[in-house]
Design a binder for this molecule. Sequence first.
Ligand SMILES: Cc1cc2nc3c(=O)[nH]c(=O)nc-3n(C[C@H](O)[C@H](O)[C@H](O)COP(=O)(O)O)c2cc1C
Length: 178
Amino acid sequence: MNILLVVGSTRKGSYNQMIANYIMEKYKDDYTFKQADIATIPMFSEDIEKDDWPIVDKAREDVEWADGIIIVTPENNYSLPSVLKNYLDWCSRKKRVFINKPVMITGGSMGHWGTIRAQGHLRQVLRSNGHKAIVVPGIEVYFPKVQDSVENNMLREDKAGSLNKNFAIFVDYINKMN
Ligand SMILES: Cc1cc2nc3c(=O)[nH]c(=O)nc-3n(C[C@H](O)[C@H](O)[C@H](O)COP(=O)(O)O)c2cc1C
């Protein structure tokens, strides 16, 4: 099974990257992982969307390659980060690559609510006509005060219980779809 990780932070030392690192390390023998490069995608505008953008073509190809996508995102001002929204906007045009793709959402923030508002907005975006993704129902994994849940560039094993339980639900859902 091919799984694409999309991390909504481009920050060096990102806690959300550490959550993604944990998933890719923990399950490396059972699944094939790739991480989307969302940092260098140009800012979307309809004026440039028909131009040749190899980095955008690659981003779309990675989604097409995936049997499932895991989005790991922080929260910026109660919503999803603009770099993630920009990536999703590109993926909703020309080729709408997220259609019918199973998606799992998780994420951590330094606040008390652990990305609950960002994840709600992200679910709404993925339900849009441009995406029509399948956000796998029932999966809710939040990391409040995420800075206390990581060490050595990775999510701590003792903080990963909910993530692991929901990852199992996610891959089971994909297996039953196929
Ligand atoms: C512009 C901006 C807005 C933020 N807004 C929120 C917010 O609404 N809720 C929250 O819990 N944390 C917020 N934070 C703090 C982030 O949770 C924190 O920077 C987090 O570490 C970002 O994730 P990362 O470590 O993966 O880069 C904000 C940070 C920035 C830079």
